[in-house]
Design a protein around this ligand. Structure first.
Ligand code: FEO
Length: 477
């Protein structure tokens, strides 16, 4: 059943109360999801996005109750992933000549899934517009990597509605459509989970893209996402939240996760947490056994944390497989501005902790000393764990603790001269999107960047040879 969104805009999407898995089984949707499609009836009739392919028939049947399909003048596909463009085959079988407006990248994906290159595609890029009559216009804004290279948003003038697709959405199902109608705690839990698990790798792109959109100085009365609620009450609250989350977000919080063969590593986790709490009672500490808890919730907690402690028993001289899988996920999510440390119990040999430590370093965490215990920790070993927790609490503190410390002495220049070398001389930089590495020794001759050029001297016009994005997405390697 359609729901009026504003004036001549209706929601014609699909709720999915029972979906529990997204992206294979990697994202657990405990609160279901929705696939929001919108029908605009102005001088022209416009459909914005469709729904997941498994609801294709229901979608077209329901849409037909709202409008004669032949009367749809334009279809806008903001993003070609199957949860939004999935019903195209069913719909286009009924109206095969209807123009489809999307980005160039989206055509590749739509053809790859639907295999109809003869469809009437019209490519758009940022700033392009489409007159839909009654003095209203659709303006397109490309948003590559939010969340796929093909993604874009569509802004409707006069009504001032931004159809944002995945961005600002949540995997959240509720009979209510608008943000002011649902439980706010549930809503923001799902927003944070969605950002942490899906958008974190692209945080470097979020801020400039939002600023680009804000730079158009367009009023925004509603943000109509493609999952979850439509933001109509103070819609830019979620934009402000994204800017906060994209800025190396952290709270005064530490997450500990582990897997354990005989509870020995669990005992270490408990004692480390006690030590942290002893020294800094204000820091929030959460502990999870990764084999018993929702992985996406743990990742969300890490996203919120200033640091993470990762524990594993040693099994066959390596870490336990669920911990290894989680570390792979952490590497992909590319969390920034976070500290980390490994711990674990071992019996015959202790390979797990060293491997975890290396993987954490590769994933971009700022590493603290690790801790091992042989066999089941006794009273002395548990006190060492508590002391380790106290050290971690001191090293990772975000506020002064009740401790006396020696003042840090300034270090004299080794050469005794005033000349300061470039702070980034010799520092390689990695593209946080495609992992291409800039090596200052090699430069980038194809863009006239000579060997020996420090990153700070590379021109701002530089584009990553791997993904064509700018300098802002690079981090020190
Ligand atoms: Fe909701 Fe990227 O699809």
């Amino acid at each position: 059943m359609a729901i009026q969104v504003k004036n001549n805009i209706s929601w014609v999407g699909q709720r999915d109360w029972e979906v529990r898995d997204f992206h294979g089984t990697e994202y657990k949707t405990h609160q279901g999801s929705s696939y929001n499609s919108y029908l605009i009836r102005e001088g022209k009739n416009v459909l914005i996005d469709t729904v997941d392919h498994k609801f294709s028939r229901d979608f077209v049947a329901n849409l037909e109750k709202e409008i004669d399909l032949a009367a749809i003048d334009y279809i806008i596909i903001n993003h070609a992933e199957e949860d939004h463009a999935g019903a195209l085959t069913e719909l286009m079988s009924r109206i095969p000549d209807t123009p489809i407006y999307c980005t160039t990248n989206a055509i590749d994906s739509i053809n790859g899934h639907h295999h109809h290159p003869e469809w009437n595609f019209h490519t758009v890029k940022t700033g392009d517009s489409l007159d839909i009559g009654n003095g209203k216009t659709l303006i397109f804004v490309e948003t590559p990597m939010l969340h796929w290279p093909d993604s874009m948003m569509t802004y409707m003038t006069e009504d001032a509605v931004l159809f944002s697709n995945d961005a600002f959405g949540q995997h959240y199902c509720d009979e209510h459509l608008f943000n002011d109608e649902v439980d706010q705690t549930e809503l923001y839990e799902q927003c944070a989970r969605y950002y942490a698990n899906i958008l974190t790798p692209f945080s470097r792109l979020v801020t400039p893209k939002i600023n680009e959109i804000l730079g158009f100085n367009l009023p925004v009365d509603m943000i109509a996402t493609s999952h979850g609620v439509v933001w109509r009450d103070n819609p830019t609250q979620i934009v402000a939240k994204y800017l906060e989350w994209a800025a190396d977000y952290q709270e005064d919080r530490i997450t500990i996760f582990y897997d354990t063969m005989s509870s020995n590593t669990r005992m270490m986790a408990d004692a480390i947490a006690q030590g942290i709490h002893d020294t800094d009672p204000t820091v929030a500490v959460k502990i999870y056994n990764i084999s018993r808890h929702d992985k996406n919730e743990i990742l969300t907690q890490i996203f919120r944390s200033k640091g993470v402690l990762v524990g594993s028993s040693t099994m066959n001289n390596v870490m336990m497989p669920k911990v290894a899988g989680m570390l792979e996920e952490l590497a992909g999510l590319r969390f920034r501005n976070k500290k980390a440390s490994a711990f674990g119990s071992f019996g015959w040999t202790g390979g797990a902790v060293d491997r975890i430590q290396t993987r954490l370093m590769d994933a971009g965490f700022d590493i603290a000393l690790s801790l091992k215990a042989k066999w089941r920790p006794d009273g002395k070993a548990l006190e060492e764990c508590r002391e380790h927790g106290r050290k971690i609490a001191r090293e990772w503190a975000l506020h002064p603790l009740n401790e006396t410390r020696a003042p840090v002495q300034p270090v004299e220049s080794a050469c005794g001269c005033n000349a300061e070398p470039k702070a980034d001389a010799g520092v390689s930089m990695i593209c946080t999107v495609c992992q291409w590495v800039y090596d200052p020794e090699l430069g980038e001759p194809l863009q006239d960047v000579a060997p020996g050029t420090a990153w700070s001297d590379v021109p701002e016009s530089f584009l990553c040879p791997g993904c064509a994005l700018g300098k802002s997405v690079f981090d020190p390697l």
